[in-house]
Write a protein that binds this ligand. Structure first.
Ligand SMILES: Nc1ncnc2c1ncn2[C@@H]1O[C@H](COP(=O)(O)OP(=O)(O)OP(=O)(O)O)[C@@H](O)[C@H]1O
Length: 265
């Protein structure tokens, strides 16, 4: 858990206050309208390099929609998304991936009939250009990277088995490994511990910690204990707007946040 000062996070520049240094991700003033429904109404999300950031809020508060606006799966009606010094508001999901954004959503993308090894290899090759595949000494390099990812997620001894043989939790870890294979700067996870046992959740927290050295994380989760344990900062959405954003300690002490969660308990 973070041990920094108990401070609320400033809204991003453009909402009245200048940010101290440019964050890795700054989604600002995001509005998303679906027909007559306003799913996001001026939401924002700011993430620093190497930060683990949790996005929480009641059902239907707009968490997944905000993640999709960051990933490019949805286009904001208005607002802006800056990533690693670039405005990516209009960039395609593929362009965002090349810029260093990687996402794993609730719906799995593991290919169950393929081995764990080939699932990771495919994830690596998907981000490697054809020229890179043809001209580089790829096989050996990619082999080391595939096995490295499998080892990091405690799956190396099962490399040759089909992904369908894994437990639900292990499939989630394989998919996180696939999302991390292209070495992104920011990983987006939407409810990665859904359907996991308590022990699998605990291990998931352990497996994620080392990525902090080279990658930031935005994670949507309903398990507040899990998110409090692994995140540095939290943003709380309610009815499409940010209720509060700041360190875990700040959010835990926030009267507005307590009011929303108590109101719905
Ligand atoms: N493609 C869509 N078309 C129409 N309405 C949508 C669409 N996607 C989301 N919504 C609506 O937008 C609102 C926010 O949905 P969203 O899935 O972002 O919330 P959430 O906080 O992730 O919810 P949950 O915790 O239940 O997953 C909801 O009312 C939802 O029904």
């Amino acid at each position: 858990m973070a041990t920094g000062m108990v401070t609320a996070e400033a809204p991003p520049a453009g909402r009245g206050q200048a940010a101290a240094a440019e964050p890795l991700l700054a989604a600002a003033d995001i509005v998303k309208v679906f027909g007559k429904l306003t799913a996001l109404n001026g939401a924002y999300l700011t993430v620093a390099p190497n930060e683990f950031h949790g996005l929480i809020g009641p059902n239907g508060s707009g968490k997944s929609t905000l993640m999709k606006c960051v990933a490019g799966a949805e286009t904001p009606t208005t607002g802006s998304v800056r990533f690693d010094g670039r405005d990516i508001t209009a960039a395609s999901p593929a362009e965002r991936a090349r810029a260093g954004l990687s996402l794993k959503f609730q719906i799995t993308s593991v290919l169950p009939a393929l081995t764990l090894y080939d699932n990771i290899l495919l994830a690596l090759q998907a981000r490697t250009s054809l020229a890179g595949l043809v001209f580089s000494r790829t096989r050996g390099v990619l082999h080391d990277r595939v096995m490295g990812m499998l080892e990091q997620f405690r799956l190396a001894d099962r490399a040759g088995e089909p992904a369908s043989a894994l437990s639900h939790g292990q499939q989630q870890w394989l998919e996180i490994a696939m999302a991390l294979a292209p070495e992104p700067k920011l990983l987006l996870l939407d409810e990665p511990t859904g359907g996991m046992s308590l022990e699998e959740r605990r291990v998931t927290g352990e497996l994620l910690q080392p990525i902090r050295a080279h990658c930031s994380l935005v994670i949507v989760e309903h398990d507040l204990d899990f998110i409090r344990d692994i995140c540095d900062r939290l943003t709380v959405l309610d009815q499409g707007s940010v209720l509060d954003s700041g360190t875990v300690q700040h959010i835990q002490a926030s009267p507005q946040v307590q009011e929303v969660y108590l109101r719905r308990a």
